[in-house]
Design a protein around this ligand. Structure first.
Ligand code: HEC
Ligand code: HEC
Length: 172
């Protein structure tokens, strides 16, 4: 019993250490840029598709890249594969009233607006993964339209996938 709780505490400590490391990486743009490790990991198994487990550990800077692209698509023509040809900004004021990172990331521990937009080779892999992309976008659209966050007040009306995509992006 005693041994088991010791092991448990040990595991927890390792997990927490891992977490705070991630936090640091997120926190400082320069270190993100300087850190080549995830890229090296991908190259080690160039043909392997990432497993579900690996995906739950998608490096935050990969998501940050997509987040930047998505936030930009709220005020300028979307850069997805098949953008809605009659796209119009869903914002009331696309110049002075843009949705910004801190409308949704309110934790205060990390300033998300300082996380830079970096395209690295891992982005290419995830960009092709429809399921992964759709999963992310669903969460973002949900929070965008949510009364609990500040972004909604900046919208003309509810945003859907077809605000930015010409057709259902999960099917094409
Ligand atoms: C409309 C709301 C919204 C806006 C605006 C927004 N985000 Fe997010 N963001 C989310 C949600 C929801 C998640 C969680 C999705 C997930 O990781 O599965 C998320 C996840 C992330 C993550 C991954 C965090 C992790 O622990 O892996 C990063 C990094 C991120 N956002 C950065 C940004 C940046 C940078 C901006 C501004 C350019 C931004 N976000 C704007 C809603 C938003
Ligand atoms: C505000 C605009 C916007 C909305 C709303 C939006 N997307 Fe996207 N979507 C993008 C952008 C921009 C990209 C390109 C990201 C990249 O490749 O860097 C993208 C990419 C994708 C991709 C990858 C294939 C492609 O077309 O590039 C899928 C799949 C996707 N979105 C699904 C969805 C789904 C599902 C929804 C609704 C829940 C949704 N999106 C809502 C802007 C949007």
């Amino acid at each position: 019993m005693k041994l088991r709780s010791l092991i448990w505490i040990g595991t927890l400590a390792v997990l927490l250490a891992g977490c705070s490391q991630n936090m640091e990486v997120v926190n400082s743009g320069e270190r993100l840029e300087d850190s080549p490790k995830p890229v090296a990991d991908t190259n080690a198994t160039p043909l392997a598709r990432p497993s579900a487990e690996e995906k739950s550990q998608v490096p935050p800077f990969v998501k940050a890249y997509f987040m930047h692209m998505w936030v930009e698509a709220l005020y300028s023509t979307p850069q997805n594969k098949h953008p809605n040809p009659s796209w119009q900004s869903p914002l009331k004021d696309p110049v002075d009233g843009r949705v910004w990172c801190t409308d949704c990331h309110v934790s205060g521990q990390i300033d998300f607006s300082k996380i830079p937009k970096i395209r690295n080779p891992m982005v290419d892999d995830f960009e092709k993964d429809k399921q992964f992309m759709a999963g992310l976008m669903k969460k973002w659209v949900e929070r965008l339209n949510s009364d609990e966050f500040a972004a909604k007040a900046k919208l003309k009306g509810p945003v859907t996938c077809l605000t930015c995509h010409a057709t259902n992006p999960e099917l094409d």
